[in-house]
Design a binder for this molecule. Structure first.
Ligand SMILES: Nc1ncnc2c1ncn2[C@@H]1O[C@H](COP(=O)(O)OP(=O)(O)O)[C@@H](O)[C@H]1O
Ligand SMILES: [Mg+2]
Length: 333
């Protein structure tokens, strides 16, 4: 009897937590014009415990999006602006000498926050990028032989500008799969641009209506994550994910497409696609994953894990487009 009552109480909680994520989504969409895709991806990252790489030209509200997320989530937030002279310790922290106690004390760097915005990551030198990617993979930092565990939740959103080349360091391709999703933001159309102007002009004039959103705390995020991971992934949808990911490794099945690929995605891609699809279904208020969740996320999950041949690149192909070609020929059963 009591166990039964507890079960119902928990169910109710799960429903309200799901509704709270809906409120957070609305809060972000109201303040980011025409950016519902980016908003959804940010929330998928938060729910699936994944990191995001956001690519796009300057001025497309990348920084604004993450700052807004930090307002909607009650979790410690840090922003790191990358420059070529940044050093790993600027990110991870340093041990400083305390003469009074005669010991070294570790002073944690900005990475020890729950939500970390790494702005313009491709302007950071390789040593910093590698320290960051390592911390992301291991959720810990080792300094002077001592391991320091990063907070939970821990989410990195890195931005990069594709048009800048001088003074930038491309991220190591082999480590890009530390990011669960790579999102590309593009220039808005005229109608959207006009709404942006109205919104930002209104804000400057102090017209922004105050938010009634109570920020979502770490416990709620944990509960939502657990619920999202209980979303049902049917054997048929699992098969679809696997066939989609492994198609790139099967030159016999789709030779014209597979031959464009030098290095296909690993099982990490499969796992990320399954987890992100569950988070997408959860956000949509469903208790099961649809093939459409998988198809919608495939490019954002797989493109940065797929390396094309030099010949395909010379032909002007992009991993995103090649993933799109696989989506056209690999169908759910
Ligand atoms: N879709 C959008 N919705 C709301 N504001 C936007 C949008 N796109 C651009 N802006 C505005 O443009 C400016 C640049 O945004 P910012 O976040 O600094 O861009 P980025 O980090 O991509 O370079 C900000 O004032 C922001 O409010
Ligand atoms: Mg920015």
């Amino acid at each position: 009897m009591r166990a039964d009552a507890g079960f119902h109480a928990e169910q109710h909680d799960d429903v309200s937590v799901q509704a709270r994520f809906g409120d957070l989504k609305t809060f972000l969409e109201d303040r980011l014009v025409g950016a519902s895709l980016l908003v959804e991806r940010l929330l998928i990252g938060l729910l699936a415990g994944g990191h995001l790489l956001v690519e796009g030209s300057p001025g497309l509200a990348k920084t604004r999006a993450v700052k807004l997320l930090s307002q909607g989530v009650h979790a410690p937030f840090a922003r790191i602006q990358c420059t070529p002279d940044l050093m790993p310790a600027d990110l991870t922290g340093t041990s400083i000498w305390r003469p009074d106690s005669g010991t070294f004390e570790f002073v944690p760097g900005p990475i020890f926050h729950s939500l970390v915005l790494v702005d313009e990551i491709n302007r950071a030198p390789p040593k910093v990028q590698s320290a960051l990617l390592e911390a992301m993979a291991e959720t810990q930092v080792t300094a002077a032989g001592v391991t320091h565990v990063l907070p939970d939740p821990f989410m990195v959103v890195a931005t990069q500008n594709p048009i800048e080349h001088e003074g930038t360091f491309p991220l190591p391709e082999a480590q890009l799969d530390r990011f669960m999703l790579k999102v590309e933001v593009t220039l808005p159309d005229a109608a959207t641009e006009r709404r942006i102007l109205d919104l930002v002009e209104g804000e400057a004039a102090g017209e922004q209506n105050a938010s009634t959103l109570a920020p979502i705390g770490a416990a709620e995020i944990g509960q939502a994550r657990a619920a999202a991971m209980r979303v049902f992934l049917s054997p048929a949808v699992k098969d679809y994910i696997v066939r989609l990911v492994t198609a790139a490794r099967r030159p016999d099945l789709h030779p014209a497409i597979a031959s464009k690929i030098e290095h296909p995605a690993s099982p990490r891609g499969t796992l990320a696609l399954a987890t992100a699809a569950k988070a997408r279904a959860y956000l949509a208020g469903r208790d099961h994953v649809l093939p459409q969740d998988v198809a919608d996320l495939a490019a954002d999950i797989l493109s940065h894990r797929t390396i094309l041949t030099w010949r395909a690149l010379a032909d002007g192909q992009t991993p995103r487009r090649v993933i799109g070609e696989f989506l056209d020929v690999v169908h759910p059963v």
